[in-house]
Design a protein around this ligand. Structure first.
Ligand code: F6R
Length: 265
């Protein structure tokens, strides 16, 4: 796991956008497959990708994308559906064809069958080359709440009270927040070839400390990422504030950047 501590969320967005750009360039011939998170954490990265598309010609035309999750019961056009969110925040502003963006269907008549079909669709696309993740204040990734099996697959999940409270800021009231979601499982997420997790703000500090330095446990589902060989954790100062080895991560990062700079010379 690589830890990159940045000044603020915007700087984190640039680091995450660099990782996405690298995959787009490396996989251009085969068609890159991106895993996209919704929520507020990836927005600076998406803003930076949109800027690069507009100003530098970064193209997503050959790319496909899979979302992590969707609320059960919300139709695509609902203003809080993740289907709509990703189009408003990213897809409508870049050149990725709309039909290349997949998400679980929250209104499927058989959500369990839809969950299994979603895992198959990801596999048929050749798997995810780069997965962008946020993290919940309780350590969830996608909607894998505490207690989720570390090997779980895409499935119907219940949202915890803390997630409903966190997400109620997007809805008229807490009662309007759906109580279930279709979510990629932890096992599904681990199959992505590379992962970039972005977090900012003090309310993520406890979850980030567990993610990086805690024991692997379904109590903090994100800790399963410690098992993945290619994870980059991009955190701002506030989200990094409870990391015990904060200074060591900074030091390692400085060494890596120094080495990269000397190789470029
Ligand atoms: C979103 C998702 C969630 C969020 C997490 C953090 O697709 O799967 O796990 O990444 O709830 O949300 P924000 O970024 O809004 O703090």
């Amino acid at each position: 796991m690589q830890i990159h501590i940045v000044q603020d969320a915007e700087a984190g967005g640039v680091v995450a956008a660099d990782a996405v750009q690298r995959v787009l360039e490396e996989q251009r011939a085969t068609g890159p497959v991106l895993g996209l998170a919704t929520g507020s954490s990836p927005l600076p990265a998406y803003a930076e990708l949109i800027r690069r598309h507009r100003e530098e010609g970064l193209s997503f035309a050959a790319a496909r994308a899979f979302l992590l999750d969707e609320y059960v019961g919300l139709p695509d056009e609902h203003e809080q559906s993740y289907h709509r969110f990703i189009r408003e925040q990213l897809i409508s502003a870049i050149d990725m064809p709309d039909e290349n963006v997949a998400s679980p269907d929250g209104t499927a008549s058989d959500p369990h069958a839809e969950a299994a079909a979603y895992d198959r669709r990801i596999a048929e696309a050749g798997g995810v080359d780069l997965q962008i993740l946020g993290i919940g204040s309780n350590g969830h990734i996608a909607f894998n709440e505490p207690g989720s099996s570390l090997g779980s697959r895409t499935r119907v999940v219940g949202l915890t009270r803390s997630t409903i409270a966190d997400n109620s800021r997007y809805f008229a009231s807490r009662e309007d927040v759906p109580v279930q979601a279709l979510s990629q499982g932890l096992g599904t997420i681990l199959e992505a070839r590379r992962i970039v997790l972005v977090a900012s703000g003090e309310n993520k500090a406890a979850a980030v400390a567990q993610l990086v330095e805690g024991g692997i446990s379904s109590r903090w589902p994100a800790t399963v990422l410690q098992m993945h060989p290619e994870v980059l954790v991009v955190v701002d100062e506030a989200a990094a504030s409870r990391l015990e080895l904060h200074e060591d991560y900074r030091h390692e990062r400085a060494l890596e950047e120094g080495e990269l700079a000397s190789r470029r010379r």
